[in-house]
Design a protein around this ligand. Structure first.
Ligand SMILES: NC(=O)c1ccc[n+]([C@@H]2O[C@H](COP(=O)([O-])OP(=O)(O)OC[C@H]3O[C@@H](n4cnc5c(N)ncnc54)[C@H](O)[C@@H]3O)[C@@H](O)[C@H]2O)c1
Length: 256
């Protein structure tokens, strides 16, 4: 059995770039009619419609869902991270992060599920490994990504009776615009990836495949779940890579 979304409508928020773009491409490749809700327009090399939408505005979200029509699959993915120590995280940084990563995710969930109830479907939220840990200088981000798990659990509970499954992918460090600062700095990557059993960062397409699986019939009995896509980062405390028996080249640890 192949994963197929033929005849299905899929919405991806934040799908113009990064992980969302890979999700949109993967859904399109599986036959879905894809609508990207994004503040940015960009040329696409796959079939999808970009609907101008600021997900932090309920009005804008409603107008976008009016364009897509009732969806079968929704990927609630738009998000950002602002790097600031606790002491320097002012109210503006806090509010901006909460507005996009948590409040907009909640409102997208509410608007989407209201339209999905008659026929059922699947929702996948993009959480993070930071839903579970306290990576420094990301207090607002980490709080939102922990909060996303609360959305997943509660929505899975309330929407199960309507045939709507709600799950999350929890990416580790993935190469996107958001993480360009890290990926442009081999010294940072070398240290970071010491603690990742697979010895490297992730690609957006690798997160997209996990999200598509969760949205598909292959996951028909999975709801309220979180799926780490992190190369094993969260399963180990210190990681397996040492200079004595491994080398770091081309952004990748390899055994000698
Ligand atoms: N890259 C990583 O390492 C990583 C790790 C864990 C979780 N995540 C999560 O993945 C999601 C996507 O991140 P990414 O790395 O692809 O970032 P990205 O910056 O490459 O993409 C984010 C997308 O969201 C869109 N967007 C921003 N504000 C918006 C708004 N108000 N309304 C609609 N769209 C908006 C952007 O235009 C862009 O297309 C985020 O929720 C992020 O927290 C990323």
């Amino acid at each position: 059995m192949e994963i197929s979304f033929t005849g299905k409508t899929a919405v991806v928020t934040g799908g113009s770039y990064g992980i969302g773009r890979a999700m949109a491409a993967a859904l399109a490749a599986c036959g879905a009619r894809v609508y990207i809700f994004d503040v940015e327009q960009t040329p696409l090399d796959f079939k999808a419609s970009i609907v101008a939408c600021d997900v932090t505005s309920r009005h804008s979200l409603r107008a976008a869902f009016d364009v897509s029509g009732p969806p079968d699959v929704v990927m609630i993915n738009a998000g950002t991270g602002i790097v600031k120590p606790l002491a320097e995280t002012d109210r503006a940084v806090w509010d901006k992060t909460i507005a996009l990563n948590l409040t907009a995710a909640f409102e997208t969930l509410q608007e989407a599920s209201a339209r999905m109830k008659p026929k059922g479907g699947a929702i996948v939220l993009t959480a993070s490994t930071n839903s579970y840990d306290g990576e420094e200088n990301l207090i607002a981000y980490n709080a939102t990504k922990s909060g996303v798990l609360g959305l997943v659990h509660t929505a899975a509970n309330e929407l199960g009776p309507f045939g709507i499954r709600v799950n999350a992918v929890n990416p580790g460090l993935i190469r996107t615009r958001l993480t360009k600062g890290s990926f442009d700095n081999p010294a940072v990557l070398k240290d970071y990836f010491r603690a990742i059993p697979m010895g490297r960062g992730g690609e957006a397409a690798e997160v997209a495949k996990a999200a598509v699986f969760l949205a598909s019939d292959w996951a028909s009995y999975i709801t309220g779940a979180t799926l780490l896509v992190d190369g094993g980062q969260m399963c180990c405390k210190f990681g397996p890579w040492r200079d004595e028996d491994a080398t770091f080249e081309s952004d990748h640890w390899q055994r000698r």
